[in-house]
Design a protein around this ligand. Structure first.
Ligand SMILES: Cc1cc2nc3c(=O)[nH]c(=O)nc-3n(C[C@H](O)[C@H](O)[C@H](O)COP(=O)(O)OP(=O)(O)OC[C@H]3O[C@@H](n4cnc5c(N)ncnc54)[C@H](O)[C@@H]3O)c2cc1C
Length: 599
């Protein structure tokens, strides 16, 4: 059985690449030290191993059921939820005063990676609750926060995000759920929501739905959307959940993966309306929800990275054990078979997996440091720069690990050969679970349009300028570091290519938005590769420094593996971008000009 993640790699990424210890200088973390960060990571790994991993395959084989009254999950799900909550992970990044432990974002995210690697579908309940609680904390009234936040932070209540409807998914502006003022400050909601993860279950005393709806008479489109808190059970005067709200579970959806997370169709207002409370101001719901979605997007990227990582570690274990074939140069049929890891083609697949998994993890952890800096960096200009860069790169942080995490899971199956296709190994489940990630929280196509059409637009923005500044700073540091110059040259070339493509696409966008955005997904992929190339250069630089300080034995092997994988990435992932760049710069119209009746 493979470990959940490579602990040494996480330690390397947190402390040698990202300098997480420097956070201890910030007043918010004055009471912390490195031991606390490490103990948190160890606790996460232990709980993930003890309570989450053991029922991962069981939850996949035994989907949740609904008998018309009650949802039943496999019994192991509840102790896992309780262990997560009791260890304080639901509240860990909140203030001490609110019952949290003021854990830095990057340490929380790294901890979450263990849970995702162990069992993504049981982890989803906590993931959604953390996001819903953040949303309430940021935008809810004091009264709403007093009533609902404490039980969401201690695990008595869970949370959901309820955006999607049967008739609208990507086009949020078309949502139809209606909110009518009840005259007492509350609202009554009527409408149907679909695919709502964690929308019903018996894990918690109550479920807090964060629902997007349109107040009666509100303008059409995204400007008319408001955010509501709608509890499954309404609270009495003592704050106890007593009366069932008018939110009915119409049914559970049956999925390819992520099976131990309930996927629900919810009917709001089958009787006299679901009681809901406005969060923040009317018509600002989508802006608020974007906070949750942006956090969730980093979380989706991280989950995909963790599953790609698991796939890599399983495949590596298998390849080191499985004897098959002989080196091409050995024609002696009596010679013993070699382990498949000795075949260059199997090493190709493992190298790709390592590049995708560790590169994705590096990107998500880097994005988490930007979340951190946007909130706690000492200087206002630093906070602003981090927020702008984060805003720019969020589409890639969500979509790149999602696409290449699936690719890493797919490669894992291929490394195992026939065994990978059987249900005796978890690879096929990891692949199915991971396949959700390019779809939810904004599909890959929507991320491309968001990046090029909104984040960059015809003029570019401050986030893009900040990206250039930071990558160039890394390139100049690398230029002075023996062993990294060649890697830096390759990345610099890819960066120039990206710049040329960006400026050309911006012109195409200004001249004709339909044309300009028609290849946005290809551009998203290219930008993602340059970003991950940057992450690989940072890792190679940290590894070179460590080698320079005399790392030996398994440590030396670890660092050499990092540098070699960075080289692989620059050669095989970045160099081919030139071909795509030519097509994009020429304003290729293949997708745009294909006609519906030609298919
Ligand atoms: C397992 C699962 C869990 C989910 N959990 C939740 C949840 O908890 N809460 C919630 O609110 N939602 C949830 N969703 C819904 C999810 O966010 C949507 O499925 C997703 O946003 C896509 O919407 P859709 O399914 O309606 O697809 P559509 O919007 O119909 O898209 C279909 C295809 O068309 C493309 N497309 C659509 N519009 C455009 C466009 N303008 N330009 C270019 N291409 C376009 C898309 O990229 C996609 O490839 C979940 C979905 C699944 C499958």
């Amino acid at each position: 059985m493979a470990t959940l993640l490579n602990d040494r790699d996480l330690e390397f990424q947190l402390y040698e690449v990202l300098d997480t210890e420097s956070l201890l200088q910030r007043p918010r973390y004055a009471e912390h030290d490195r031991e606390i960060f490490d103990a948190t990571l160890n606790t996460a790994r232990d709980i993930a191993e003890q309570y989450f991993a053991p029922h991962n395959q069981k939850g996949d084989a035994n989907e949740p059921t609904f008998d018309g009254k009650k949802v039943t999950l496999i019994p192991e799900t509840k102790p896992a939820w309780d262990a997560f909550a009791e260890a304080g992970f639901l509240a860990s990044h909140h203030d001490f005063d609110d019952g949290g432990s003021q854990l830095p974002e990057v340490v929380l995210r790294a901890s979450m990676a263990y849970f995702n690697a162990a069992n993504v579908s049981s982890t989803a309940y906590s993931f959604l609750t953390i996001g819903a609680a953040n949303l309430l904390k940021s935008f809810g009234s004091d009264e709403l926060k007093d009533r609902y936040l404490p039980p969401m932070l201690d695990g008595r209540y869970s949370g959901t995000m309820a955006l999607t409807e049967p008739g609208q998914g990507s086009a949020l502006g078309d949502l139809r759920t209606l909110a009518k003022p009840a005259g007492d400050g509350s609202y009554r909601l009527f409408g149907n929501k679909m695919y709502i993860s964690g929308g019903d279950h018996e894990l918690t005393e109550n479920i807090i739905h964060m629902v997007l709806a349109r107040i009666e008479g509100a303008p059409a489109g995204v400007r008319g959307i408001s955010l509501f808190l709608v509890p499954k059970f309404r609270l009495d005067d003592h704050g106890q959940p007593v009366e069932r709200n008018d939110v009915a579970l119409a049914g559970l959806l049956h999925k390819m993966g992520y099976r131990n997370t309930t996927s629900t169709v919810l009917n709001f207002g089958e009787k006299d309306g679901a009681v809901g409370y406005l969060v923040g101001e009317p018509h600002k719901g989508l802006t608020y929800m974007f906070q949750m979605m942006n956090e969730a997007r980093i979380g989706v990227g991280l989950g995909a990275a963790a599953m790609g990582y698991q796939s890599y570690l399983h495949a590596l274990d298998y390849a080191r054990e499985r004897p098959q074939g002989r080196p091409v140069s050995n024609k002696n049929p009596d010679a013993p078979q070699v382990r498949i890891v000795e075949h260059a083609d199997v090493r190709r697949m493992l190298l790709m997996q390592k590049a995708y998994a560790e590169g994705s993890m590096a990107l998500c952890l880097y994005a988490s440091t930007l979340v951190e800096d946007a909130h706690t960096a000492p200087d206002e200009s630093e906070r602003k720069a981090a927020a702008e860069l984060l805003d720019l790169i969020t589409p890639m942080v969500k979509s790149w690990p999602s696409k290449y995490g699936v690719a890493a899971s797919d490669l894992g199956i291929q490394v195992l050969g026939g065994a990978g296709y059987t249900r005796d190994y978890v690879l096929e489940q990891l692949y199915r679970d991971n396949r959700l990630n390019p779809i939810h929280e904004g599909t890959e196509g929507i991320q491309g349009i968001d990046l090029l059409g909104r984040k960059l637009g015809p003029k570019g923005g401050d986030g893009y300028a900040e990206f250039q500044r930071r990558i160039e700073a890394t390139l100049s540091q690398a230029a002075g570091l023996a062993g990294c110059e060649h890697l830096a040259d390759e990345l610099a070339q890819a960066q120039e290519t990206l710049k040329a493509v960006t400026s050309e696409l911006q012109k195409q966008l200004a001249a004709d938005p339909d044309h300009g955005l028609s290849n946005a997904t290809m551009y998203l992929d290219m930008f993602g590769k340059v970003l991950v190339g940057w992450m690989w250069l940072k890792q190679a630089m940290a590894a070179e420094k460590a080698l320079g300080n005399g790392a030996l034995g398994s440590e030396e092997a670890f660092y050499r593996g990092k540098i070699h994988t960075a080289r692989y990435f620059m050669n095989w992932e970045l160099a081919p971008l030139d071909g795509y760049a030519r097509l994009l710069i020429a304003g290729n119209r293949d997708n745009l000009d294909m006609r519906n009746d030609w298919f």
